[in-house]
Design a protein around this ligand. Sequence first.
Ligand code: GTP
Ligand code: MG
Length: 212
Amino acid sequence: MKIVKATYLISSPSFEQCPTLQAPEYAFIGRSNVGKSSIINALCKQHNLAKTSGTPGKTQLINHFEIISNTIAKGKQDKWYIVDLPGYGFAKVSQSSRRRWEQMIENYLRKRPNLNRVFVLIDSRHSPQKIDIAFVEQLFKWEIPCTIIFTKSDKEKPGVVTRNVKAFFESLNEILPYLPEGFVTSAEKKTGTEEVIACIDQYNKLYAEEQG
Ligand code: GTP
Ligand code: MG
């Protein structure tokens, strides 16, 4: 699968205000500053599609991007959506705005009809963080399918990245009935992006089959 067009659609301040869409969508979520917007840009091969920033907490809204891709085998085009969600775990937010975030995210994740899968982003430079493990556990409890994307792999030695990825899955293994799929990526070096795109192609096919 190859992305032929990626365009910004809309930013919504709440789940209720998100547009009604027919095609499958994929949400990207993770700690503030983990690299959500950067990996979206890398997947779409564009620099400024999703706004990136060195300041955590940049993405505050539910941002939809419309993607047109072609499946080479069949020569046909698919439409699907990427959603850039605001990050969690940003220390400098008040209790009330944290609660607002939780409510908005829970509503979106549990009620969005065309949400096909959630990509949870994990910083590959760090050993397993409680907040990330708890978030993946919550998704399992809600029965929301997820895939892990390890980010910023260019920033650490390969050995460290491998150790952190292994430790993360070991932590998940203690609490989950089965493990989600995972990809190691770098938005900087554009590594792992083809694998994520191929994986979305599979999820699109399954979605189309489910919809009949
Ligand atoms: P919020 O929207 O604030 O939650 O952040 P985010 O998760 O969207 O992160 P963003 O993509 O804005 O990236 C945060 C910072 O990390 C930026 O300075 C990026 O340039 C940097 N960054 C993101 N991905 C990579 C990567 O793969 N390698 C390197 N070296 N830096 C990265
Ligand atoms: Mg962002």
